[in-house]
Design a protein. Structure first.
Length: 161
């Protein structure tokens, strides 16, 4: 059984808004700390060309919006590819939105092997929600616990009708 297209569309729209708010838009490249890669737009470390962001990289909001939209299409596909198909019908738009946010932040490799995905595939949704909190450590200046708590709460919130 595939996930309903209406759920996917709702999650896509919600994810764009959530990521834009969580990441914030920055036109000029920045680093969260000296050890982290250069970042621009909505937390992008690479450009559409695949080139890494450098200290001289700039980005318009229009480009960032388009690139975020493009990335989210891939993220949703990657997320659903990690989750066993029998669990797809159980996923809500809020669950997918929370998963897109986590995926955007930790990347596809870490997402695929995460306890969050493992617990979803076992049908253990409350445990999957708690597992978001395992990914709270950023760096000294950027603790991700508030973000993970927000994602966990969203994952557990039923979709509005």
């Amino acid at each position: 059984m595939a996930i309903l297209e209406s759920v996917r569309k709702k999650a896509f729209a919600q994810s764009f808004t959530l990521l834009a708010n969580l990441e914030g838009f920055r036109a000029k490249a920045y680093r969260n700390s000296v050890k982290e890669p250069w970042t621009v737009g909505y937390g992008f470390t690479t450009l559409a060309s695949g080139a890494p962001v450098t200290q001289d990289t700039t980005m318009t909001k229009q480009y960032a919006d388009s690139f975020l939209t493009y990335q989210m299409q891939g993220r949703l596909g990657n997320i659903l590819g990690c989750i066993v198909e029998k669990q797809h019908p159980n996923l809500t738009a809020n669950m997918l939105t929370a998963l897109v946010s986590l995926h955007h932040n930790i990347g596809p490799t870490q997402f695929r092997t995460s306890t969050v995905v493992r617990d979803i595939n076992l049908g253990l949704y409350p445990e999957a929600a708690k597992a978001f909190l395992l990914w709270h450590r950023g760096n000294e200046e950027n603790d991700l616990l508030p973000r993970r708590e927000r994602e966990m709460k969203l994952f557990l919130t039923p979709d509005s009708k």
